[in-house]
Design a protein around this ligand. Structure first.
Ligand code: PFF
Length: 446
């Protein structure tokens, strides 16, 4: 049945949960609080929100519109909407990007899974910060444990993708997303009950405008791209499973706001906890794999808090990795007529093999450096800082200047005839977004 009739989401809710599932992941729970701490609290949050409105949500709309119009995978979307051109190459850039991102994303998610299992068995409960730092080094730097974690995580991802768009991705998102929200609310309640938490909340929310500068702005744009799953065809592919009656602007806004809400929720769990325990927040993996478990260990029932946290992190990563894999699976199923099982299984194995060097990058291969970065950080850097904004830039140029904004608006009006923001949206796509991305590129490189 491969390639005969395109699947469509069973319900708007299912689509929204799956798409929010793609957006919400390590980017929200791990990266966002870290970047906020580094970049000055509320100032960053405010900038982030401005960029969400002017760049994030309009780009979500753009990707969903392209996908829904073409009803095809990322490569064929470009070749169908601009026949005879070379724009399909942008589709391959996206496929390469999602493949590389999944190769290291699954490594970090694998750590989360190992930490979940370890927490369940109380392995971290007796340790203080020094002990946890050592254990983190031992786990991430172990000669095969990270590979095992990565393999288990990819197996779960492949399993969901094999089950299909509605029976796999949609159904699992309906279970996992409410699960994440419930766990987060419980953890938030726990943090806020700590004495002194309110100071952290205020620091997190109060904009200190002096701390806003160019590099904060760059960080914020990168964060929005990664967090919204933009620039690599994930939302476009999910949009291609939408039926014509769906209201794209409303859904885009809902997806953007939900992602922001979850990022802020994660910040409200992590940042006040750091304040209460007077912890100097470490940037990077440390905040999640060392600092938070250390904080949990000072609370009664630490095994429960830390298991819940790492379970939530693994769930969040899973609904994102599923969307990363689906981009290339959709291509193989649509264009090469592969069956889903072969496509997802084959790509899963390939991703696993390509990800092994990243999994070993904190241990056996720690001294293999590229541009001063270990393998995992290097792949993260080239994908997040180069391929991803480039993909976003090309997609927006394609929609606004090649395919045409009139056609895009016609597609949008099919499901939302009352949409009133057409002109500002077009203006943003034509000028603001390309200029902003170009600017980031230039300042990033020179
Ligand atoms: N948005 C995900 C996160 O914040 O963790 C990461 C991600 C998923 C990026 C899917 C790109 C993508 F296509």
């Amino acid at each position: 049945m491969a390639g005969n009739k395109r699947e469509h989401w069973n319900s708007s809710l299912g689509f929204i949960l799956a798409t929010v599932g793609s957006a919400v992941g390590l980017g929200n729970i791990w990266r966002f609080p870290t970047v906020v701490v580094r970049s000055g609290g509320g100032a960053f949050v405010l900038l982030f929100l401005i960029i969400v409105i002017f760049i994030g949500v309009p780009l979500i709309m753009a990707e969903l519109t392209l996908g829904r119009k073409s009803q095809k995978n990322i490569v064929s979307t470009f070749s169908t909407l601009a026949p005879g051109s070379k724009w399909w190459l942008v589709g391959f850039l996206a496929i390469l990007t999602v493949f590389l991102i999944l190769s290291f994303y699954s490594v970090i998610a694998g750590w989360a899974l190992i930490y979940f299992l370890g927490s369940l068995f109380g392995a971290f409960a007796p340790l203080d910060t020094a002990g946890l730092t050592q254990v983190y080094g031992q786990i991430a730097g172990h000669p095969f444990l990270p590979v095992l974690g990565q393999g288990m995580f990819l197996t779960a991802t492949v399993f969901i993708v094999i089950s299909g768009v509605t029976r796999g991705i949609e159904r699992w998102s309906k279970v996992l997303m409410p699960g994440i929200l419930i766990i987060m609310i419980v953890l938030l309640g726990r943090t806020l009950l700590l004495e002194g938490a309110i100071e952290g909340v205020l620091w997190f929310l109060r904009p200190n405008l002096e701390l806003m500068n160019l590099s904060t702005a760059l960080d914020a744009v990168g964060q929005v791209f990664f967090s919204f799953s933009l620039g690599m065809g994930a939302l476009l592919t999910y949009g291609s499973y939408l039926s014509p009656g769906e209201n794209i602007p409303r859904n885009a806004l809902l997806i953007g706001l939900s992602d922001v809400a979850i990022a802020i929720l994660a910040g409200l769990i992590v940042v006040p906890a750091l304040f209460v325990f007077n912890v100097e927040p470490e940037v990077g993996a440390g905040i999640v794999f060392v600092t938070l478990p250390a904080i949990f260990n000072t609370l009664p029932g630490s095994i429960i808090w830390s298991s819940l946290f790492f379970l939530m992190l693994s769930f969040a990563a899973l609904t994102s990795s599923v969307s990363l894999l689906e981009v290339s699976v959709a291509y193989l199923v649509d264009e090469k007529k592969w069956n889903r099982t072969a496509a997802a299984g084959g790509l899963g194995i390939l991703t696993f093999l390509v990800g092994i060097p990243s999994a070993l990058s904190q241990g056996v291969l720690a001294n293999r450096l590229f541009l001063g970065r270990n393998i995992l950080d290097f792949i993260d850097f080239i994908t997040s800082s180069i391929f991803l904004p480039l993909g976003g830039l090309l997609t927006v140029i394609f929609l606004a200047w090649i395919w045409g904004t009139n056609k895009a608006l016609t597609e949008i009006y099919r499901g939302s005839p009352q949409f009133r923001w057409g002109r500002p949206w077009v203006f943003t796509l034509r000028f603001i977004i390309p200029l902003a991305i170009l600017y980031i590129f230039i300042t990033g490189f020179f």
